[in-house]
Design a protein around this ligand. Sequence first.
Ligand SMILES: *Cc1c(COP(=O)(O)O)cnc(C)c1O
Length: 875
Amino acid sequence: MHGILSRLGRVRAIRRFTVRNVLPETLAPLDRLAQNLRWSWHTPTRELFASLDPQLWTRVHGDPVALLGSLSPKRLEQLGADRSLVAEVQRLDEDLRTYLTEPRWYQQELTDPDKPDAIAYFSAEYGITAALPQYSGGLGILAGDHLKSASDLGVPIIGVGLLYGAGYFKQSLTRDGWQHETYPLLDPDNLPLHLLRERDGSNAPARITLPLPGGRSLHAQIWVAQVGRVPLLMLDSNIAENDDSARRVTDRLYGGSADHRLRQELLLGMGGVKAVRAYSRITGAPAPQVYHCNEGHAGFLSVERIRELVQGEGLSFEAALEAVKAGTVFTTHTPVPAGISRYGTDLVSEYFGGSAAIEGVPLEKVLALGAEDFEGGNPAVYNMAIMGLRTARRANGVAKLHGKVSRGMFHQLWPGFDVSEVPITSITNGVHGPTWVDPEFAALVESRLSPEQRASGEGFLLAPEEGGLSDDELWRTRRTLRAKLVTEARRRVRKSWLDRGASPAELGWTDDVLDPDVLTIGFARRVPTYKRLTLMLSDPERLTRLLTDPERPIQIVVAGKSHPDDEQGVGLIQKLVQFADGIGVRERIVFLPNYDIAMAQHLMPGCDVWLNNPLRPLEASGTSGMKCALNGALNLSILDGWWDEWYDGRNGWAIPTADGVQDQAERDRLEASALYELLEDTVVPRFYDRDADGVPRHWMEMVRHTLATLGPKVQATRMVREYVTTLYTPVARSSRALAGAADHEGARQLAEWKARVRAGWPAVRVDHVETDGVADVVNVGDQIRVTAYVDLGDLRPEDVQVQAVGGRVEDDDSLTELQVYPLEHVASYEGGRHAFAGARVLDATGPFGYTVRVVPDSPLLAAPSELGLAASAGH
Ligand SMILES: *Cc1c(COP(=O)(O)O)cnc(C)c1O
């Protein structure tokens, strides 16, 4: 015995097996139901799994794969003989099959012939279900909701990401409230994933390979998570072919050195494209016409696609860039510099230069894509957001205000243009309703309102006699959701204290934490400084009075993880935890460790008020408040992100901001004080203002208004439709146009044209401008005629557009509310000089001014701003 053990001890690679349960034949479809993540938003499927063994279901945290793996063979045999269960399994299997194959919105209603055959969506993180922890926060959850909604709409997306061996960290607390991180390893064999395998008879796992510096290689295998109709390809470098350091590339999310993160991003972007190719080759799935780069992490996808075209189709780098760009959408998600991936150019050079150089893709051209080569930029930095913008045909921010902030932030890339003309649009984020609406609330609503009444939101405004829900009913359900949260919070607080080293005997008080009838405020999010976790503690006495008011108390549930390297964030958590530990308030304010999807699904429906107090305008969108709104909770937030756009005075409250105040501490103090005031004077009185039946009528009016008006807007299906119609379809069109009938003719032409225009541009100028019909004062309705004499050097009139740019003159002589009028070419003179003219009728009063400029123009461009070049009168 001893001999065998010591021999085993010397075996270096232990061969590991996962012993899977074999399902009785009658229950075989359960495997399919568990493997398709649609169960995560399909309540009947989850109920089916729960019914197999309700206690076990709780123990495995609602994870069907784990449940099936843990049922005893005897129990399985019993279940397999249960006729009604078998019938339900078959019914749901059939339902899934229908969901996966029937024509949906994309097939039935979207008639645009240019819609893409396939879209590849790249993201560094995905939050789909708590059972697949591959996300750190909002970016990942948004990506997960994007895929789910795309599936519901039938949009042919392929997701691309990494499979992190330990996901993001698990958070617990030390006795004194310091964040403690652990990284439990995931076992892919026990996750709802399958390996992409060759179908050549070998059945070998498909492999992709990237070159590394020093002649080394990085190999990865590809796991597929099936998200309804959408496959999500997840690259995994933890395989035997790799050396130790290459194996660790996908070890965890956002961990490690810059070098480590750069390798992850190379694998995600370049490896991701290779994975898409492998997937198409093996399954016959169509090649994408559109590549959506969700935040900058995946930006290297463009380099790989350029490489394909240069090496495979003989395009020049420049023509390949045009072809790639024509099919790319880039979404920026943060105005916070720390949120943008940036690398030293030295480091990037190691991966694209020297022995790692890619034939036909010279280092300096790769570097140019991410260079901060503009005023205020850092020449030693490679910026993935800048790269994303330079390699995309269309770009967007994630809320109206964020679009505006992004246009300001990236204005340097389009120096000849006004900020308002920077080609970054916005699509406001949304959330996946079936994931985020509490099943009990959904059941009530679905039992009473038709799909149309729910979709339009109007059903929530119907009186009971019109078939709608009564205030009482809605209020009772809101209380049920609050009570579920209270139960969950008690369980979590108790567990947290046990983890913190308390003995059960000390923890009797945790049974009394929170109260199902007290106004409940939620605050949960990642903890970067700008989100101001501790703003509510600005005046601890005032907060304590609110929490402990004998008649009308409030209670607060707080959660959030801090990035482990962010000492300041970890410190904020400790400050909050130490306050919440205080005898006297600890029953009214709790910090729940390890914020994740499972917690969010209890927290957001159970709150009455969702608090958000970021430093405006640093919150790009925010989505947690949307999840609350779908459940009838009211938002109390700084006017930032989506709330700036959709707050309407009746769906919640806006915390006034002290935008102009430079002193940070003073600004925090002012905004905190405004928050307390709102709570004391408005929110609390309204919640406790009850009629004879105990219902807060005014409150319920706001709840109904929120459900009716925000409900339809905050849906991710609305968001995905917007992506499809305003970004994916136009990009598919330009991608096809530049690909041409063959040979990428359009891309070659565009690259040559751009080179010619760039070379000729220094000679372009506006010589002089003549105006008829302008006196100091003109009347509305008068016409003015502008003639511009321009020098185009070697360029032709059709290479440019000459524009009169009119607008309101501000005190500093700048123009706002710009309107652009193209002028017609009317005459050519010798030496490259031309006249352009046009007339317009003045239709607005007030100080009006205009200027004339020349911009490049070609039908192949996304917009005349694309090159960032403009020559203006007087310059
Ligand atoms: C929704 C959600 C987020 C993102 O919320 P924000 O409002 O964008 O901060 C983060 N984490 C989890 C677990 C979520 O459910």
